[in-house]
Design a protein around this ligand. Structure first.
Ligand code: UT7
Length: 333
């Protein structure tokens, strides 16, 4: 049987209304707009308020992606939600999204690969199409990291923002769509970035709350060094796998963690700045949502044309990292 090609046929994104600027943060912790801009490239981020949860970010993004693809909710065979800030430990956020979208029958599950979630998710989701098991997969990257932030920790609270991006995957014409994916992990780095409490190891209790173990903890320096090394490495590996070079890439869409990581990796890769999708200044690090949010901005500004080669590269807690090469299958306006 000939291989089926899985491609993105619709995109949507959503960020919460509330903006938290660097100047707002100056009033909360010992930091400055100047420090945050120069050390990270972030100017503001969007944050959820009250009882808004990850699924509430995912649903509008999913609806926008389905509308863009020109299909209804009942066409969806599988919802694959990538998140490391699920609404609850269980049921899965994918099932909560299914309920909110009003989809009667479809498979639904979560995939957790932290900030690499969307890259992992695309690799997994595309295989359901390639094998012929499903016709339509709704892949969502959604995180509400600010719900787990210690607003007194200037090493983390300045970085993260909330948001969601969604894509619809279906079979596309031969030679288009996801051309290849590369995924990797190294659990030895699992202590570098984590939320220690709330799982089976340390369920939430008075002790964990008193000691702030339910907050994001990060060794920023070590993660930074890892990211600068791994981003070009993952990009090169996936390009080699599909027989392309960096010169064939029309757009690099990296995880938006820190502008200095993106710039250093771009230099190592030898790719020009204008070929890199960057929106970190507006949203900060939105974890698994950052790649689809950047893709959505690029797409909505009509800069991607059919046949363009896109390179997604993610990295994050786990440690996890990976990359996908996509030949764009949607015809432009
Ligand atoms: O998405 C998952 C992956 N996450 C990441 O990729 C994050 C990677 N790491 C980073 O982006 C950076 O490490 C940070 C932005 C978190 C920190 O930047 P840095 O350049 O690595 O700063 P640093 O931790 O080496 O700290 C340099 C100085 C220190 O002061 P001293 O010891 O030199 O006096 C810090 O205390 O900057 C200080 N500092 C701050 N100053 C003002 C740290 N955070 C802040 C802050 N405002 N928010």
């Amino acid at each position: 049987m000939a291989k089926a090609y899985a491609g993105i046929v619709g995109i949507g994104a959503y960020v919460p209304e509330k903006r938290l600027t660097n100047h707002d943060l100056e009033k909360m912790v010992d930091t400055s707009d100047e420090w945050i801009r120069t050390r990270t490239g972030i100017v503001e981020r969007r944050i959820v308020e009250g009882d808004i949860a990850t699924s509430d970010l995912a649903v509008p993004a999913a609806k926008a992606a389905l509308l863009d693809a020109g299909i209804g909710v009942d066409d969806v065979d599988l919802i694959l939600a990538t998140t490391s800030t699920p609404d609850m430990i269980f049921p899965s956020t994918a099932c909560l999204i299914q309920k909110k979208l009003g989809i009667k029958n479809c498979a639904a599950f979560d995939l957790q690969a932290a900030c690499t979630g969307f890259v992992y998710g695309l690799a997994v989701a595309s295989q359901f199409i390639e094998t012929g098991m499903y016709k339509t997969v709704l892949l969502i990257g959604a995180d509400a990291f600010t719900k787990h932030i210690n607003w007194k920790d200037r090493g983390t609270c300045i970085l993260f923002g909330d948001g969601a991006g969604a894509v619809v995957l279906q079979q596309v014409e031969e030679g288009y769509g996801v051309l290849g994916s590369y995924l990797d992990a190294d659990g030895k780095g699992s202590d570098l970035l984590k939320i220690p409490a709330g799982g089976s190891l340390q369920p939430g209790n008075e002790f964990t709350v008193k000691n702030g173990l339910h907050y994001v903890q990060m060794n920023g320096n070590e993660v930074f060094k890892f990211a600068v090394r791994i981003l070009p490495e993952a990009a090169t590996k996936v390009l080699n796998e599909v027989g392309l070079s960096i010169d064939d890439v029309d757009y690099l869409i990296p995880h938006q963690a820190n502008m200095r990581i993106i710039t250093a990796a771009a230099e190592r890769l030898g790719i020009k700045q204008e070929k890199i999708a960057v929106n970190i200044e507006m949203y900060g690090n939105t974890s698994t949502a950052s790649i689809p949010l950047a893709l959505n901005d690029l797409y909505k500004s009509n800069r991607i044309k059919k046949g363009d080669i896109l390179l997604f590269v993610g990295f994050g807690a786990g440690l996890t990292w990976g990359a996908n090469v996509v030949k764009w299958a949607i015809k432009g306006d």
